[in-house]
Ligand binder design. Structure first.
Ligand code: UDP
Length: 321
């Protein structure tokens, strides 16, 4: 099989490329290196089944060639990370909406299957400690709070993919990842796990925003890849939306404690009020986010195995190297 991964030099994309190469597939990636890094894929460059195009997904001609050559597309290229979206809202919206529009149009010309990486941010700030089901209502803040532009742009992507499936029979699978973590993830754009690990290992204060009681489920990259590849190769998944996450739930404060202990760090854990962490009016935190995993379990037997401590231990070991 020939696989195309947009955003293939990013954290998830580079691991996905490795996985498909290990399965014996051909892999081509396209990445503009805006948040991805050539370092993430350098070790693959001598593999004759791997090719890398440094370009933008908004470049229609480059994309047309790549789409024509592949059997399966993972569309991961997007503006990601709360901080990036807040600092560059216009560029984020353009990449996420126009990029996906171009990709789906080209994929439809050749009827190439698309796995679209959406986001758990889609659900917004739903109240109550109830895991999010794929058909749940969404609850977003006002458009004046920049954070919500990410959720909205990805919702447009999902709607486009669903429309292409329903009206044109373009095979699409929509995946909503929940806080995926692993080696190579950068803390530059807001992701809390690499930030805490970096802070702990360098002896800097570990910066917990708010009271640290906000809760997330962290999903290790290897588990996430099992789910992604399983969905991509399942006929039953076509035209459907799936959560991709784990049940390894904890609070951000507890995460900081675990990182500190596992990294054997002397760092202080500092509670930072939101108004000190963010400019006024750009950010609103989610107090709770957890996936309902029944649908993906039933479809592809998905069963995440790497718990949070094991995930953190592996990421710390990578950081040390
Ligand atoms: N967070 C934090 N300190 C940081 C970065 C993030 O306490 O230095 C918190 C953030 O407020 C949120 C949680 O960690 O409650 C997860 O943030 P992240 O940006 O990783 O993901 P998301 O908000 O999309 O779940």
């Amino acid at each position: 099989m020939k696989v195309l991964i947009t955003g293939g030099a990013g954290f998830i994309g580079s691991h996905l490329a490795e996985r498909h190469l290990a399965m014996g597939d051909q892999v081509s990636i396209i990445d503009n290196l805006s948040t991805g890094s050539i370092k993430n894929v350098q070790h693959l460059e001598n593999n004759p089944r791997f090719s890398c195009t440094i370009d933008d997904i908004l470049n229609v001609e480059a994309m047309r060639v790549l789409v024509a050559e592949c059997d399966l597309i993972y569309h991961l290229a997007a503006a990601v990370g709360v901080e990036l979206i807040i600092e560059n809202p216009l560029q984020s919206l353009t990449t996420n909406i126009r990029g996906t529009e171009i990709l789906l149009e080209l994929a439809n010309e050749k009827k190439k299957k698309v796995v679209l990486a959406s986001t758990s941010e889609i659900y917004g700030k739903r109240n109550g400690h109830v895991p999010f089901k794929e058909d749940a209502d969404r609850l977003l803040g006002p458009t004046t709070v920049t954070r919500w532009s990410y959720s909205t742009s990805k919702a447009v992507d999902e709607l486009l993919a669903l429309a292409y499936w329903r009206e044109k029979r373009l095979p699409c699978v929509i995946v909503r990842p929940f806080n995926i973590v692993g080696p190579r993830q950068s803390g530059h754009y807001g992701m809390v796990v690499p930030r805490f690990i970096r802070q702990a290992m360098l002896g800097y204060p570990i910066t917990v925003y708010g009271d640290g009681e906000q809760r997330r489920c962290w999903t290790y990259i290897d588990d996430a890849l099992d789910g992604l590849v399983g969905l991509a190769t399942s006929d039953k998944a076509v035209g459907e939306i799936f959560n991709l996450g784990s049940h390894f739930e904890t609070s951000v404060k507890d995460l900081a404690d675990r990182v500190k202990a596992l990294a054997k760090s002397k760092s202080e854990i500092e509670l930072i009020p939101y108004e000190h962490a963010w400019r006024e009016g750009v950010y609103e935190d989610l107090l709770y986010r957890a996936p309902d995993l029944e649908k993906i379990r039933n479809c592809v037997g998905y069963d995440p195995k790497v718990d949070l401590d094991e995930a953190l231990t592996r990421i710390i070991a990578h950081f040390e190297r």
